[in-house]
Design a protein around this ligand. Structure first.
Ligand code: NDP
Length: 461
């Protein structure tokens, strides 16, 4: 048997790589992890965590607006971007440090530098030479994608830069209708930036339930975001004071900043995957099976670089399943079914299972829908027009709940618990037998008795 320097070499110390490396090392394997940036990956350094801190910062203005209705007199509010960014950077450094310590405490060796494969078992790390490993895990994540052919594309920032702006712009145009565009539109708007969101499609958030998509666009508009649908950039021009976005419909818009959030691509560049013979799909992602095995027997891949479900907890579970299978003699394939997700838009979204459209497609048109829109107590009291939406998609006959969708305060918290029930195969009668928790938004989910008939169908009937 060949002798290798390491049992496992992990390329990328993000969510998936770190979980796999730690578990493997704790199981007694000799593990090396290479990271070219900071330990923690997209989620900790330039994604979920700083994004959520920004969401918290931006929500304060909304609370301040209704505070008077609750009897508060709040002196003039002022947000200081540099103060927040400095505090955010300190927190990210603290969290990154925890990741480093966790790796070291597990016994994994960490090396800073870009790593690439020179063959199926050999890895070169920039500035550190070459090592060999019996098994290699590619966990390099993804990177913002932008259309290179768009004139002036170099003037736009991506989410990476949004976390490090020196000053807060007075106005911004954000392109895209996915998670990142919508979350940042809410963030900038909440921080007092005049925000325009432009999306090529007729509705935001492709893949989500259509009622959710329409509801979120409406509520974002209510909060002051200018949402332009069915439109997109044809050029970005730099001016003496800012930028001009030129759009397909002939209109243009001036702003201090332009941000593109048009999707992310798997980070495979310069990894030597060709040299090792690792197959990629047409999206440039590493092709893997349910055990995260590539076509090369000594190489695995987890997380966004495989472009399965690009969410942090999924990468963690894929990394965990890999380590259990390969180092703990416990073959485990992560089940990608019924993964809940949250969009930290304002208001936020929580969603698990099938949208109504997908359920109708799957079941040949027949589904039962339970839906309610109402003013959440907190905002109704303050005289605000804001509404939330809750929706259940149910299979007729079996009464199994196939999808649960919530837009409104605490939707991401609510959906985590709904996901437990859906994963267990809950039926509507079981769901409804659960006593409500009062007064909450979530209680409405277990008190919807009447099937929903869309107004158009109701008139036709
Ligand atoms: P998404 O894939 O969510 O959205 C990309 C958006 O860009 C879509 O609206 C898409 O439109 C649009 N688009 C793509 N290409 C073009 C183009 N050439 N011209 C104009 N518009 C275009 O990507 P994001 O960058 O927002 O996020 C990447 C991933 O990161 C997400 O899918 C998610 O998995 C993850 N993420 C998760 C978060 C969370 O869990 N809260 C937060 C942030 C990111 P169309 O729909 O028409 O294709």
């Amino acid at each position: 048997m060949a002798n290798y320097d390491y049992d496992l070499f992990v390329i990328g110390a993000g969510s998936g790589g770190v979980r796999a490396a730690r578990l493997a090392a704790l199981s007694g394997a000799k593990v090396m992890v290479a990271e070219e940036h900071r330990v923690g990956g997209t989620c900790v350094i330039r994604g979920c965590v700083p994004k959520k801190l920004l969401v918290y910062a931006s929500e304060v203005s909304h609370q301040a607006k209704i505070a008077a209705e609750y009897g508060w007199t709040i002196p003039e509010t002022h947000f200081d971007w540099p103060t927040f960014i400095a505090r955010k950077d300190k927190e990210i450094a603290r969290l990154s440090g925890i990741y480093v310590r966790n790796l070291q405490n597990a016994g994994a060796e960490l090396v800073h530098g870009k790593a690439w494969l020179t063959d199926a078992h050999t890895i070169e790390v920039e500035g550190h030479g070459t090592v060999t490993a019996e098994k290699v895990l590619v966990a390099t994540g993804g990177r913002p994608w932008s259309p290179k052919e768009l004139p002036g594309v170099e003037h736009a920032i991506s989410s990476n830069e949004a976390f490090h702006l020196e000053t807060l712009p007075k106005s911004i145009v954000i392109a895209g209708g996915g998670y990142i565009a919508i979350e940042f539109a809410g963030i900038f708007n909440g921080l007092g930036v005049e925000t325009t969101l432009v999306h090529r499609g007729p509705n935001l958030l492709r893949g989500f339930d259509d009622d959710v998509r329409a509801h979120v666009a409406e509520e974002m508009g209510r909060r002051g975001i200018k949402v332009l649908l069915g439109n997109q950039h044809t050029a970005i021009e730099k001016t003496a004071t800012g930028f001009i976005s030129r759009f397909k419909d002939g209109h243009s818009c001036e702003s201090d900043l332009v941000m593109l959030a048009l999707g992310r691509e798997p980070y495979v560049e310069g990894l030597g995957l060709e040299a090792a013979g690792v197959a990629l799909n047409e999206a440039g992602a590493v092709v893997v099976d349910e055990y995260s095995r590539t076509n090369v027997p000594s190489i695995w891949a987890v997380g966004d670089v495989t472009n399965r479900i690009n969410l942090t907890p999924v990468a963690i579970r894929e990394g965990q399943a890999f380590a259990q299978t390969e180092f703990q003699d416990k073959p485990t394939a992560f089940d990608h079914d019924l993964v809940a997700s949250a969009v930290f838009s304002q208001p936020p979204i929580g969603s698990v299972g099938l949208s109504e459209a997908d359920a109708r497609h799957k079941l040949g048109g027949k589904v039962d829908i339970y839906l309610a829109r109402f003013k959440p107590m907190k905002y109704a009291f303050a005289g605000a027009e804001e509404r939330c939406l809750i929706k259940l998609v149910v299979e007729p006959g079996s009464e199994r709940i196939l999808g649960c969708h919530v837009v409104g305060p605490d939707a991401p918290e609510i959906i985590q618990m709904a996901a437990v029930a859906l994963k267990m195969g809950v039926t509507k009668p079981q769901w409804d037998s659960t006593c409500a928790v009062h007064p909450t938004l979530a209680e409405e989910l277990v008190t919807m008795r009447e099937k929903y008939v869309p107004p158009s169908l109701g008139q036709a009937a």
